[in-house]
Design a protein. Sequence first.
Length: 89
Amino acid sequence: MTTAEAFLLGLLTAMFLTAAVFFLRFWKETRDRFFLTFAGSFFVEGVSRVALLFVDRPSQPHSIIYVIRMLASLLIVWAILQKNYGKSR
């Protein structure tokens, strides 16, 4: 992995974790599970980017990392569906 790739992964990680902190703050103010779910999803996305730093060849597909990313995306979809069609708290 080149230095530029590691820098960009660090930048992406920082952005995902910053978004998670913002959604966590919104959850703290409103106590709406929607924001907590988004915070969790962005946290998982940030951690999955950190995991790429420890992979020998990050350019080759590693299915476990993509499964983790898919689960984070499904968490967002679930939060949206729950907010629109589920019971509101």
